[in-house]
Every structure is written in C-alpha cells, then in structure tokens.
Ligand binder design. Structure first.
Ligand code: ADP
Length: 361
C-alpha cells in the first residue's frame, strides 16, 4: 500500500520511518525542492494549487494524509475527489483559523482562555478593557512556533505592539498564568476506536517547543482524554490528533489542536509500545490500533537551530538521537533527542546532561 503525505518535513520523514517496516510505500508532495521527508520515498515537487499534480499524486496512492496544518483546504478538497484523505478537510478547516477553532471548542464545552476577535485599534481597546493586561494578540491564521503573536504587558506598550501586528484578522486572549502546559495525543480508527498516550508536559522557549516529558498516571489524564474524545467524535476523525492545553489549578483550557502527528508525541518513538507515527498509519489504513502504553519515563529535547554532537548525546545512558537531516538555521527544528529512565532522579540527571550539550538557541 502507498501513503501520500502532503508536506515533506520531519513529520513525513518519521511517518515513513514507522511505515517502511510495515511494508508501506510513501509519496510526499511538497513545493520545496529539498525536503527531508523525501528520504522515505518519492517526492512530487509541485505547488498546492497545481491541480494536475495533486490529482496525479492522489491517483498514485491508497490514502492521503497531511503533516502540517497550513496545507490549503482546497488542496485537500481536490485530492478527496480522487482518493480518501485522513484526516479529512473538515479537521483541517477548523484549525486554520484560531477564531473558528476556539468557537468549535466552545461548542463542545471545552474551556479556552477568554478571547475576543480584533480587527481594528478600537476593537483592541475593547479587548484590553475586557481582558485586562497582559494580553496576547495572535493572528487568526498561519501562525506556528509562536510566530504571528505578541504579548502586550500594559497600556503603555499598546501602540508599539499593535504596530508589530497585521492589525486585522487577530484574536486577543487573556494571558493565562498557567501552572504548566500539557498536551494529550490520541489515535482514532474508522470504527471509532480510540487510544490515548500519556499526557505530555511541555516547555516552550521563545514560543518554540523545547522539552516534552511523558507523565504516566497523571491526575489530569482522564479530563484530557475526555476533551480529546469530544473533539474526535465531533470531527468524525481518523488518525492521530493532538490537543494542547494550559493547566490552571486542576483545570484544562484548550489552546489549540493539531490534526496530525505532533512534536509533543515524539517521545513515543522510543518510549511507547506503539509510536504516534505507527498508530497514525494504522488508523488511516484501517488497521487495528497499537498499544499506546509508555514503557517508562521519557524526556524529549528538541534540537533547535543546530544539532548537538551525536557522540556526546549517545554518551548519556539510554539516549536516542533523531536527526532530520536539515540544514542548520536559527529557530529551526533540526532534530530531537529522547532519553529514558526507570526513575525520576536518573531522568532529571540525564535531561540536565542533554540540555548542557545542546547548541545555544
Ligand atoms: P503556535 O501555534 O504558534 O505554537 P501557541 O498559541 O501555541 O502558538 O503559542 C505558543 C506558546 O506561547 C504557548 O505554548 C505558550 O507558551 C505561549 N502562549 C500562547 N498563548 C498564551 C496565553 N493566552 N497565555 C499565556 N501564554 C500563552
């Protein structure tokens, strides 16, 4: 069977690394000439509005999936004329606009930070009166890794920060004094079967995910699973889905969802019985889902900007190195390292050693 992936980055690459042992073949579709996902199969280099190329791609595969949420909905809709897409365009559409996404959460009784739509300076004023400071202004579409958002700490900064935005198609959000950021990742099959991974606790630096650790038996887990299950069922979703939340005291506020395999689930490659990548493929190919249970404690550290020396990472006990074969560039995710341990003292020590050898951000 052949899987087509819209987007040819590291997530496509890791899907391939999970699927090749299952006998699967891959075609990645990406406009860029040199993509790290091309290592897993054929690369069709064409634009997302090249309808003929999309059709040829769809006709050459058994199922299409996507690895980033800014693939145009029209491209997925076109592909769906010739081939099944999982997840489908519905899940993609809702997540491409933060306002639409937050309203979807509200319709499912999933709490979010308080937010208002902002399309002008006067609406920002209203938002500031409602939300108070600090507040976060985010562009409704196209943002990732914290791009397209600014924090306004007090009234005196408003004009300066406002001038840094596109000044329309924004949402203003209360700045959440969260205790921690967590994500829940699960897979849902065509028959509605669901599996859930351990909660991941996540740390961001400058808006970019730096560290994820799995939290076996976390008390917030059942609440998180319940929220994700609501989203799964509403979207009639097939595949892996990730929900990122802020935790404030015992309560979860949904920040965003990603209709794809997710960076906060990379630990599952080394730390779960069945990785998120394998389970995504199993789900979209209508195969039985695999056991998502973790095998112990894990920390995943993203390599941002440049890779550390492989040998130094592998000198840390039970560390596992994943290079994406991407050129170094400031702010770019070029790999990750996962380290495992059987107790939290060893884990913390190993994490400290790994962080000490990461190149400076
Ligand atoms: P992106 O989609 O670009 O990753 P996010 O909305 O996830 O953007 O924001 C990136 C990070 O910025 C979050 O993980 C969090 O650390 C911080 N952040 C975003 N929104 C808020 C908020 N309302 N309150 C506090 N911190 C926030």
């Amino acid at each position: 069977m052949t899987v087509g992936i819209l987007g040819g980055g590291q997530l496509a690459r890791m899907l391939g690394l999970a699927g090749i042992p299952m006998g699967l073949r891959f075609i990645v579709f990406d406009p860029a000439p040199d993509v790290c996902g091309a290592a897993i199969g054929r690369h069709i280099q064409a634009q997302y509005d090249d309808w003929d190329a999309l059709r040829a791609f769809a006709e050459a595969v058994d199922v299409v999936t996507y690895e980033f949420e800014n693939v145009p909905v029209a491209a997925v809709a076109h592909v769906e004329k010739y081939c099944r897409a999982s997840p489908d365009k519905v899940a993609l559409h809702a997540t491409q606009d933060r306002l639409r996404e937050n309203r979807l959460f509200q319709s499912l009784d999933i709490a979010t930070p308080t937010f208002l739509s902002v399309d002008s300076a006067s609406e920002l004023q209203v938002a500031a009166e409602t939300l108070g400071y600090p507040l976060v202004l985010k562009s409704r579409s196209g943002g990732y890794d914290g791009k397209g958002q600014v924090v306004i700490r007090d009234q005196s900064e408003t004009d300066e920060r406002w001038s840094e935005t596109q000044q329309r198609d924004l949402i203003a959000e209360e700045f959440v004094p969260f205790d921690r950021e967590v994500s829940i990742i699960g897979a849902r099959g065509k028959d509605g079967d669901m599996v859930f991974y351990d909660i991941a606790e996540n740390t961001h630096t400058d808006g970019i995910l730096r560290i994820s650790r799995n939290c076996p038996d976390d008390p917030i887990r059942s609440q998180a699973e319940e929220l994700l299950a609501r989203l799964f069922d509403k979207l009639g979703y097939v595949g892996v889905l990730a929900l990122e939340c802020f935790q404030v005291e015992g309560r979860l506020l949904a920040n965003e969802y990603a209709p794809r395999v997710h960076n906060t689930g990379h630990w599952t490659i080394d730390g779960a019985i069945t990785s998120q990548f394998e389970n995504h493929l199993r789900a979209i190919l209508d195969m039985p889902l695999g056991d998502p249970a973790s095998t112990g404690l894990c920390v995943m550290v993203n390599c941002i900007g440049d890779l550390p020396e492989v040998e130094s990472c592998l000198a840390v006990p039970d560390a596992h190195f994943h290079s994406y074969d991407k050129a170094p560039r400031p702010g770019r995710k070029v790999g990750h390292v996962t380290v495992r341990a059987t107790n939290s003292r060893d884990l913390e020590e190993r994490e400290r050693r790994l962080l000490a050898i990461q190149p400076k951000l």
